[in-house]
Write a protein that binds this ligand. Structure first.
Ligand SMILES: C[S@@+](CC[C@H](N)C(=O)[O-])C[C@H]1O[C@@H](n2cnc3c(N)ncnc32)[C@H](O)[C@@H]1O
Length: 374
C-alpha cells in the first residue's frame, strides 16, 4: 500500500521514525505529513500504535486534474468504485488543496460525490447515501499541481482522540502532540518524571502508554474493515499481538503530576482512571512549589499558561520567575522541558536553554525548550 500519514507540524521526523519502527518503508517526510509504503500487517499496526499521527490515508488513484470536467472524469475512471462501493454502503468526501480552477474544497467534494453516485446510478439504478457521522468509507481527494490524489481514510475520528479524555481541563495539549514532545525528550521510563502543571494529565498518560507500548485505546471505527481487500486474518493476528505487547508495569519510575485548580485536578483523576493508570501516577491538587520529592536526577515537564488562551501575561511573569527559582533551588541535576508559547515570559525563568525545538500547539507558534538545571 502507498500511505500518507498526517502529522502535527514539527513532529514529522518523529512520526517517520515511529512508522519505520512499525515496519513502514520508502519513507518521505513533508510539512505536516509523511508518506510510506507498507504491507497489510504494518498498515493495521500503524493504526493501533502510532502515537503521533492524526490519520492514515491509503492512496488508491492519481489522475491529471485541472478543472471541473477532468475532476469528474478522473474520479470516475481512475478507481473501481463499483467493486469497492456497493450502493448499500454509505460514504462521504473530504477535500484538501486546490488547482488553479478548483479553489473551493466544498465544490470539489460535491463533484467527487456526483461522479461516484452518477456512475452507480447509471449501472445499478441506485446509489450510495452520504453519511457525515457514520460512513462506511471516507474518500479523500488532495489537489495539488494539477493532479488529484484519491485516498481512503482509515478511521472516522482522528487518532489523537484516544478515548481517555472526556474531561480536558484548560487549554489541553493534543494527545499526539504530547506524545511527540515526549519522544523528543528520549525519556525511557527509568528516571522520575514530574509534570509541574499537569492540567488534564495528557503528558503523564501519554508518557506511560508510550513506554509500555500500550495500543491506542480509542473507540475507533476502523474504516479499513469495509475495504474490498480487508484481510481479517492478518488484522486479528495483529490485534492479538498488539494486546500481548504491553510491557510489565513494574519497571516504571516514579511519575508525579501537580495541578493547582481543583476542578481540573478532578478531571485529570477521571482521565487517568479511564486510561487505567491510577496506580502508576501520583497526582496532587497543589501548587508545584509544594513538591517534596527528592532525587538526584529526573525529568520535569511543564506546559504552563502562555497568557494567550489562559492567564494574564503580567501575572504570569511572577509564575515563571518563581518556577525558575524553585527549579534551581530544589531540582539541581534534573532535566527540565518547557513548552513555551511566549518568549517574553520564558525569559523570566532566568535559565539558559540547551535546545529549542519549534512546534505548533493549536496554531500557537511554540518552542519545546530543554534546560539542564544547575
Ligand atoms: C496549559 S494548562 C496545562 C495543560 C495540560 N498540559 C493538558 O494537556 O491538559 C496549565 C495548567 O497549569 C495549572 N497551574 C497554573 N499555575 C499552577 C501552579 N502554580 N501549580 C500547579 N498548577 C498550576 C493551571 O490550572 C492549568 O491547568
Amino acid at each position: 500500500m502507498n500511505v500518507i500519514a498526517s502529522s502535527p507540524e514539527g513532529l514529522e521526523k518523529y512520526l517517520a521514525n515511529e512508522i519505520i519502527d512499525l515496519g513502514g518503508f520508502n519513507i518521505n517526510t513533508y510539512k505536516r505529513s509523511v508518506s510510506f509504503e507498507c504491507d497489510y500487517a504494518t498498515f493495521y499496526r500503524v493504526n493501533f500504535f502510532s502515537r503521533v499521527a492524526f490519520r492514515f490515508y491509503r492512496e488508491v488513484a492519481r489522475f491529471a486534474c485541472y478543472d471541473r470536467l477532468s475532476l469528474y472524469e478522473g474520479v470516475r475512471d481512475s478507481f473501481d468504485w463499483l467493486k469497492w462501493l456497493p450502493s448499500e454502503k454509505t460514504f462521504n468526501v473530504q477535500v484538501t488543496g486546490r488547482t488553479s480552477s478548483l479553489s473551493h474544497t466544498h465544490f470539489s467534494a460535491l463533484e467527487v460525490k456526483n461522479s461516484i453516485t452518477d456512475l452507480q446510478q447509471s449501472v445499478w439504478n441506485k446509489r450510495s447515501n452520504i453519511s457525515l457521522d457514520n460512513p462506511d468509507l471516507i474518500i479523500h481527494l488532495h489537489l495539488n499541481n494539477d493532479q488529484g490524489v484519491l485516498s481512503l481514510q482509515s478511521t472516522v475520528q482522528s487518532l489523537h482522540k484516544r478515548g481517555y479524555r472526556p474531561a480536558s481541563g484548560n487549554a489541553p495539549l493534543k494527545e499526539n502532540l504530547a506524545s511527540g514532545l515526549l519522544k523528543m525528550t528520549e525519556w525511557n521510563g527509568t528516571k522520575p518524571l514530574i509534570d509541574l502543571m499537569c492540567g488534564s494529565g495528557t503528558f503523564l498518560i501519554e508518557a506511560i502508554n508510550q513506554i509500555l507500548k500500550v495500543p491506542l485505546q480509542s473507540q475507533q471505527k476502523y474504516l479499513f474493515e469495509n475495504w474490498l481487500d480487508f484481510n481479517k486474518d492478518i488484522y486479528l493476528n495483529e490485534k492479538k499481538k498488539a494486546q500481548k505487547k504491553v510491557i510489565n508495569f513494574e519497571k516504571l519510575s516514579k511519575i508525579i503530576g501537580y495541578e493547582i485548580n481543583k476542578d481540573v485536578f478532578e478531571q485529570a483523576k477521571v482521565n487517568i482512571s479511564l486510561a487505567g493508570l491510577e496506580n502508576y501516577i501520583e497526582l496532587q491538587n497543589d501548587d508545584f512549589k509544594n513538591i517534596q520529592f527528592k532525587s538526584s536526577e529526573g525529568m520535569i515537564l511543564c506546559n504552563p499558561p502562555y497568557g494567550k488562551k489562559i492567564g494574564d501575561e503580567n501575572e504570569l511573569i511572577t509564575l515563571y520567575a518563581e518556577m525558575g527559582e524553585f527549579l534551581k533551588k530544589k531540582f539541581s541535576g534534573w532535566e527540565f522541558w518547557l513548552l513555551s508559547g511566549n518568549p517574553r515570559l520564558s525569559r523570566y525563568l532566568k535559565m539558559k536553554s540547551s535546545l529549542k525545538i519549534p512546534v505548533s500547539n493549536g496554531g500557537i507558534d511554540c518552542r519545546w525548550m530543554k534546560y539542564l538545571i544547575r
